[in-house]
Design a protein around this ligand. Sequence first.
Ligand SMILES: *[C@@H]1O[C@H](CO)[C@@H](O)[C@H](O)[C@H]1NC(C)=O
Ligand SMILES: *[C@@H]1O[C@H](CO)[C@@H](O)[C@H](O)[C@H]1NC(C)=O
Length: 168
Amino acid sequence: MRFSIFVPVALACALAGRVAALTITIGGTVGNVSATDFLQVPASMSACAATCKTATDAIAACTDDHCLCVAPTVTDILACEQCEFTQLIAQNIPMPDPRVGSSTALTAYGAACLASANVTVPATSLTLALPSNWDGPFGQALNAGGTAVTVIIGLGLGVGSIFLLSNM
Ligand SMILES: *[C@@H]1O[C@H](CO)[C@@H](O)[C@H](O)[C@H]1NC(C)=O
Ligand SMILES: *[C@@H]1O[C@H](CO)[C@@H](O)[C@H](O)[C@H]1NC(C)=O
């Protein structure tokens, strides 16, 4: 039983190394990240620094995946992402990183919780809300007149190209 002493030692080392380690599949250039790398606060998001620090502190304080997937951690993470999302819209800038103000990233976080911690995070805890002053494309504010003009222009372009083609 030469290994009898080594097995418990190896096991203890493995357990000691097992700090909170959710694997969140972001994809694209970011790939997979751990919870500690989930929240990003680039310079353009400085307005969210305090809100996001609360969340990164909560993540850092967790010692298991379950803690990362329940309140108040998830609530704090959503608050950070919501702040960033609101900032993206207020500044009218594209996402500087796929993790910044991203509902897709939040969905991936929820999926990681289910896979790693067997915790189903409620969708409402992962859903970003549009700012109340938002009047852009998400609102689908195209009125009937606008729609008619769009359709007529589209029709005109279509007929025009058929006319061009038939004369070639
Ligand atoms: C990312 O994580 C997913 C789910 O855990 C895994 O299937 C995939 O192989 C990982 N990809 C990389 C590049 O590590
Ligand atoms: C996951 O959680 C559900 C509900 O809490 C429980 O019924 C199920 O046994 C758990 N599965 C595993 C693999 O722990």
